[in-house]
Design a binder for this molecule. Structure first.
Ligand code: NAD
Length: 292
């Protein structure tokens, strides 16, 4: 069994991005600029946004954080987005989700100029991704594809079972892995909460992508010998042996799965770190105008 090491890979990719930014600046160009908008005080969102801003600094990107109270109106948020859309010095815009209940997220997603949609949530980008055109890929699936590519994991003709069909992880993963080319050319089964005999479906998989949000939901004995396991889940569970009283686990029973699989992503240290790195890759593409 080999770990798919998100920590190592993201450090390598960040070094590549930093070198490219240095080169840009040497030629007198401005560095990529990401603007993050955070509405309200959701603690998880604060942690995620802080990590994105920190990562920008690590690679030499400019970043701006716009913070507003939870009582910001939808119209006011749309106005902020409109200004960022029009600002030629802003390459990428991300509005951290979830938003307070009175703001309709789909209206905000649709309002972001798709050429600055570095989260890859705009329907134009989803459509372009589906057709294999230049697009911002949603960050988590993009990070996973990069992991498979950089570890040379074989995908052509493999049977991939994706568990979970969210718009940001499961569904785009199923599209990307079934697309022509590498990494892709898989035969994909997309499973979800209404799937029957889920364990049997997973047992047939050469590649498992678990994105459910239930701690250790995929059992070790569901993993076929030699299968590749991509664990997207990030779940906090109680653990009295830890100082904090809790620890992070994925959606896969790591110990059992690692006995059977060929490759596995650890939690933490796997897909999560690649997600932030993928956002940086998208922001560099935005600066270079690669998605139009
Ligand atoms: P979501 O809640 O939007 O979707 C969960 C999916 O799981 C749904 O499609 C649902 O049909 C399916 N599901 C729920 N119960 C099921 C069951 N009993 N059997 C089969 N399928 C079932 O979740 P999400 O946003 O895709 O996130 C999934 C997990 O990934 C969460 O733990 C989340 O924290 C984590 N996540 C991690 C990253 C990262 O960067 N590593 C990014 C996004 C999400």
């Amino acid at each position: 069994m080999q770990l798919l090491d998100g920590k190592l890979l993201s450090a390598n990719i960040k070094a590549e991005l930093a070198a490219e930014v240095e080169q840009m600046q040497r030629s007198g160009e401005r560095p990529p600029h990401l603007v993050a908008v955070l509405v309200g005080e959701n603690p998880a969102s604060q942690v995620y946004v802080a990590s994105k801003i920190r990562s920008c600094a690590e690679v030499g990107f400019k970043s701006t954080l716009i913070q507003r109270d939870a009582n910001l109106s939808e119209a006011e948020l749309l106005e902020i987005v409109a200004q960022l859309n029009d600002d030629p010095e802003v390459d990428g815009i991300l509005v951290q989700l979830p938003l307070p209940k009175h703001i309709r997220e789909e209206n905000i997603t649709l309002a972001i100029d798709h050429r600055k949609d570095v989260d890859g949530f705009h329907p134009v980008n989803i459509g372009r991704m589906t057709q294999g055109l230049a697009a911002y890929l949603p960050a988590t699936p993009y990070g996973i594809m990069e992991m498979l590519r950089r570890y040379n994991v074989e995908t052509a003709g493999k049977h991939c079972v994706v568990v979970g069909r969210s718009n940001i992880v499961g569904t785009p993963m199923s599209i990307l892995l079934s697309r022509k080319g590498y990494p892709g050319d898989c035969t994909v089964t997309l499973t979800h909460s209404r799937t029957q005999n889920l364990a049997e479906e997973v047992r047939r998989a050469d590649i498992i992508v678990a994105a459910i949000g239930i701690p250790e939901f995929v059992k070790g004995d569901w993993v076929k010998p030699g299968a590749v396991v991509i664990d997207v889940g990030i779940n906090r569970i109680e653990d009295a042996t830890r100082k904090s009283g809790q620890r992070l686990v994925g959606d896969v029973e790591f110990e059992g799965a690692s006995k059977n699989c060929s490759y596995i992503t650890p939690v933490p240290g796997g897909v999560g770190l690649m997600t932030v790195t993928a956002l940086l890759m998208n922001t560099l593409k935005a600066r270079k105008g690669e998605v139009y």
